[in-house]
Design a protein around this ligand. Structure first.
Ligand code: GDP
Length: 369
């Protein structure tokens, strides 16, 4: 029966319940013969990869299979949500296979950014997270930057390996794979996907001209990213599309900044100093007194403090308060996964607090820029 029908492209069990899950096809497409999932359909007919997502357990199960292959792994992370999108423990799963880290969305950083400094920063972060990389490439799928470098380094490390592309959701994985398809395949000829012998079936195998394959894995859903918590409408508000315009605030202790109604930053204690906010330009930053902040939120969330609307705010988890002591003499970012970060400019130390929905990853790190 339909319950057990499988995609004749990639072999995944077909379903019509969830569009962003592997094996999806629209109800009406069940009649097709042979029947294939939407992801395979798009690759076959439009030469276009699209995103599907799975949870962490499922993803780790998939990753585990790469360890036994002769693989080159391209791990894509989102520079705007670096700590939120990094796959920790990747090393354990891919075994001795080489990993290339593609740090995407460089177009979001301000034009004056010192890219050597960013690269050093990424290298340090990788070390900190125990991720060994063969190479690190800064790129922008949107602005088509860094791709030459990425393709070169892939060619250099590839040998006779298949290329596995892994990443969290929304990091630009489809954009990158589409770029690889365009560069490595004959567009006149329709692409087909095929199942990978001996593996479970949620990886889409795309044969390229040179006889090799790229394997698209589902995007991993990390629950600590703001971008996973919000509605589709709000995703457009929190995920920046244009280069970030750093917003500098000179604050005295006892002052608070609201980022729309998504989060709040309190300067609890410390000498007068400046803080630079790197968040989506679509969010208003509202400054108020710390002592007024609770009441203001109570009264004006969803209006003065929006987006989100009051209804959508009600669907987010309750806020948790994270108290953070910034040590003297440090250059620190207070990072809120998927929402952005606040750079503490002074080096006199400070006591700050972030209020964000329960579950959102909040941490400090050495300043990115
Ligand atoms: P996937 O979920 O990882 O497959 O990512 P997609 O390729 O579907 O992209 C997710 C979102 O990020 C989309 O809104 C893209 O427009 C956006 N995006 C992808 N690459 C870039 C990039 O280099 N810069 C910016 N600013 N946005 C990007």
């Amino acid at each position: 029966g339909e319950d057990n029908k499988k995609c004749s492209g990639c072999g995944i069990r077909l379903q019509s319940a969830a569009q962003d899950q592997p094996g999806y096809l629209p109800e009406k497409a069940w009649e097709r013969d042979p029947v294939i999932c939407q992801r395979c359909f798009r690759i076959k007919n439009y030469n276009e990869a699209s995103s599907v997502a799975v949870d962490q357990d499922e993803f780790l199960r998939l990753l585990g299979q790469i360890g036994g292959k002769n693989a080159l792994v391209i791990h894509i992370v989102d520079l705007f949500d670096f700590e939120g999108s990094l796959i920790s423990g990747l090393q354990r799963f891919v075994g001795n296979n080489p990993v290339i880290l593609a740090v995407n969305k460089t177009d979001l950083l301000p034009k004056v950014t010192n890219w050597n400094k960013v690269l050093n920063w990424v290298q340090k972060q990788c070390k900190e997270h125990g991720l060994k990389t063969e190479d690190i490439v800064l790129c922008s799928a949107k602005k088509n930057q860094g791709f030459e470098r990425l393709l070169e380094t892939v060619a250099y490390h590839r040998g006779d390996r298949d290329v596995y592309v892994v990443g969290a959701t929304n990091v630009g994985k489809s954009s990158l794979i589409n770029r690889l398809i365009r560069d490595y395949s004959d567009l006149e000829q329709e692409l087909t996907t095929s199942r990978y012998p001996g593996t479970t079936l949620d990886m889409v195998h795309i044969p390229l001209d040179d006889g090799r394959d790229i394997i698209d894995t589902p995007g991993i859903v990390y629950p600590w990213r703001y971008s996973e918590l919000v509605s589709r409408e709000d995703l457009r508000e929190v995920m920046p599309e244009n280069p970030l315009k750093p917003a500098v605030y000179q604050l005295n202790e006892g002052q608070t900044l609201f980022f729309g109604g998504f989060a709040r930053f309190d300067f609890v204690q410390g000498v007068h100093q400046s803080f630079t906010c790197f968040i989506s330009g679509r969010l208003n930053i509202h400054r108020t007194k710390l002592e007024r902040a609770d009441a203001l939120f109570e009264e004006h969330a969803g209006e003065l403090l929006s987006p989100p609307t009051r209804e959508r705010l009600a669907e987010l988890p309750e806020w948790t308060r994270h108290e953070i002591r910034i040590p003297k003499g440090s250059r620190t970012d207070v990072f809120i996964s998927g929402l952005g970060w606040i750079k503490v400019n002074g080096d006199q130390g400070a006591l700050v607090a972030v209020h964000a929905p329960k579950g959102v990853k909040v941490l400090t790190r050495p300043s990115l820029i």
